[in-house]
Write a protein that binds this ligand. Sequence first.
Ligand code: FES
Length: 90
Amino acid sequence: MSLVLSHKLCILGLASNTLVKELTIQTEDFDLTVMEYLRANNIPVASSCYGEGICRKCVVKLGEIEELSCLISIKKLLEKKITTISISYL
Ligand code: FES
């Protein structure tokens, strides 16, 4: 028997000041980066370095802290108990 965990994640648009989407994180998402996860759920993430951590265009706000979404995993996000991602251009 395998344990299935799911967690809710709210995507807030700072430009529109709205809840853009409410997503569910599944166990199979844990190894994705936040950028990969957002894109897989049709949330656009800017990038010109293809996730190399160079361009800084993929910045999102996790709580009060800005992070490069290409360098933080979904698993790490859950470890930090982050339930909301704020994106400036949405
Ligand atoms: S995609 Fe360029 S720093 Fe994240």
